[in-house]
Design a binder for this molecule. Sequence first.
Ligand code: RIB
Length: 303
Amino acid sequence: MKLIVVGSANMDMVMTTERVPEAGETLHGTGFFLSPGGKGANQAVAGAKMGAPTWLLGKVGDDIFGQSISANLARHGVSTDYLTAEPGVSSGVAAITVCGGNNRIILAGGANDKVTPEYVDGFREEILSASAVMLQLEIPLPAVYRAVELAKGRTPVFLNPAPAVPIDDSVLDGVDYFTPNEIEARFYTGIQIRGTEEAFAALDRLRAKGIRFPLITLGDKGVAYFNGSRNVHKMSLPAEVVDTTAAGDTFSGTLAAMIVAGKPMDEAVDIAQRAAAIAVTRPGAQDSIPVLAEVLGENPPRG
Ligand code: RIB
């Protein structure tokens, strides 16, 4: 079993605040912390914490953030064998404001922007022999396209289309599992999701593009997905929300790990939802993601 995540790694610089400042306004925040993040790295950590042997294929800078990001990945059980420190470039950074549990994120790609199709090609054999490849959109699109092109029809492809950018339909046709949130789903389908009916219409439209299993995460309204036979809507679990950062990453990474482990779709979605519901009760990204035993109720939740 081998899950390869081709994607970003960032250092998150997180400021908590009681309200968001207006343009030109200076405001005292309520706290600050650094936390390794990046959608690719977060999803890799989720995969590893759920028991899948996981590799992150990507780049960090040759700076102190890069060292810290790599060390944190290793601490959580993610292999960094396919992660390169790019000379003379800073690591990816995310400026995150957390207000009332919700986050606002601005990215500076740094070394993530140096992930090229040629770099992905260097891991061709590894991608072809993997159990699944997982992607997001925080690295350059040509690198994403190359990974899909290599894997298409051979290795199952998971794509979490965040942040949303236009993608060729010919590439979407190579995607097996597609996990947009409702804003991203609107971007790719033109459908504003107000309820189950629109969510199912969006699923149908995504399937018409060739995606085999679209899953739309709907925040506190749950998840809508195609399970191979029919569209399903599952409500979310109640949670005391502290910080939603990496909730979607926890869902996507857990889903991939469960599918790779051979779980049927409905069970995989159930476990992914439960993992995300725990992640939102804790601050930060990778450190907020639970391990599988905790999700399954085998350990009491931490603090
Ligand atoms: O999905 C959350 C992540 O988005 C953060 O960790 C931040 O780095 C951005 O990539």
